[in-house]
Design a protein around this ligand. Structure first.
Ligand code: F6P
Length: 375
């Protein structure tokens, strides 16, 4: 069994609350339980190439458990297996520079790597594992769309933000008899809108898994008016589509592994509704990056710590190529090979996605209490 004397940590992809909790758990367990050294690479996998890292000891991680973001910084443009390298003539060529990273790990004496990230980052973790590097993955994303874990850390803190925002939107909606459209993130999955909308008492929840008909949303507003509730709260996933329509793309980030950035469907719905219900004022709020920050929730702190400690335990037991997961109330692990690209349907550039079940308990619960999905 390979002896582990030094562990490296990488935080990749879009940030979220709970990253620092995982870093905290890993470092404390490595130092306290196993007397092993820890280094953190800066700005995702690029830190591995640029020799950009910092030593992590108990002092370095003291006081970070509750803090959003990542003390190691992150990047979503760092796929070392397909890395943009500038040529002499100024053009960009994509190259596999992963061998260089493996050499750097050896040079630094890093025997095991813990990679914290979403689908893109965990795809790289799997690919490094295939190259013989001892790797453990930790599933992160506010979107909760990673397969093979019930929840990713970061999701719960985002839900708290969404729920708090809907509570605030409610009072102003009520005061002005307005229809309020609130857009949330989630890429092609509707978990944030569905769970945030349920807990935040939305009247309409629009998610990518259930394409909407604008007239059905109008019907719901009319129904509420008839009932004497002259305001309506509509929560919309950024990946939502009208029946037979396409997603709303905000921009393309060409040097990112997943180039598409969604956003703006809430604005489109708002404009359409304003025409269809001129007797109401319709207003649009996009929660955007507010969902990525904030003080980490109790749930994400605990989950982050448990994921981090379990990742260290696995490395120390000689296990590799695994992703830690939450199944029910139990932390366990599953091969990265079984995770990457294994979602319900594989529709984005990297990996499969865990999507909302359209006949699942959450959707049924929402429908049972009169929430409309615009279908
Ligand atoms: O995957 C997390 C996420 O916040 C998505 O919900 C969102 O679509 C995307 O990242 C935004 O990415 P970026 O930070 O590159 O704008």
């Amino acid at each position: 069994m390979k002896e582990i004397r030094k562990i490296g940590i990488i935080t990749g992809g879009g940030d979220c609350s709970g990253l620092n909790a995982v870093i905290n758990g890993i470092t404390k367990a490595a130092v306290t339980k196993y007397a092993v050294e820890v280094v953190g690479f800066t700005k995702g996998f690029t830190g591995l190439i640029n020799h950009n890292f910092r030593d992590l000891d108990l002092k370095a991680v003291s006081g970070i458990l509750h803090e959003g973001g990542t003390i190691l910084k992150s990047s979503n443009k760092d796929n070392l297996f397909n890395y943009p390298v500038r040529q002499k003539d100024g053009s960009i060529e994509y190259k596999d520079i992963s061998d260089e990273a493996v050499k750097n790990l050896k040079y630094l004496g890093v025997d095991g790597l813990i990679v914290i990230g979403g689908d893109g980052t965990l795809t790289s973790a799997r690919d490094f594992s295939r190259k013989g590097v001892s790797v453990i993955g930790v599933p992160k994303t506010i979107d909760n769309d990673l397969p093979k874990t019930d929840v990713t850390f970061g999701f719960n803190t985002s839900l708290e933000t969404i729920c708090d925002a809907l509570d605030k939107i409610h009072t102003t909606a009520y005061s002005h008899d307005r229809v309020m459209v609130v857009e949330v993130m989630g890429r092609l999955s509707g978990w944030l809108a569905l769970e945030g909308g349920l807990a935040g008492s939305a009247d309409v929840i629009i998610i990518p898994e259930i394409p909407y008909d604008i007239n059905k949303i109008v019907d719901k507003v009319a129904q509420r008016d008839a009932f004497g509730r002259n305001f309506t709260i509509i929560i919309v996933s950024e990946g939502a589509t009208p029946i037979g329509g396409k997603v709303t793309v905000r921009e393309h980030v060409e040097d990112s592994p997943d180039t598409v950035r969604l956003g703006g469907v809430g604005d489109i719905i708002t404009r359409q509704l304003q025409k269809l219900i001129p007797h109401h004022e319709v207003r649009y709020t996009n929660l955007a990056y507010l969902q990525r920050g904030g003080v980490t929730s109790q749930f994400d702190r605990s989950l982050g710590l448990m994921f981090g400690v379990h990742a260290v335990d696995l490395l120390m037991q000689g296990k590799t190529g695994q992703m830690v997961q939450l199944k029910g109330r139990k932390i366990s692990e599953i091969p990265l090979e079984a995770v990457v690209g294994s979602g319900d349907i594989g529709e984005t550039s990297v990996g499969g996605k865990k999507l909302v079940k359209v006949n699942g308990q959450l959707v049924k619960t929402a429908r049972a209490i009169g929430i409309s999905f615009g279908d």
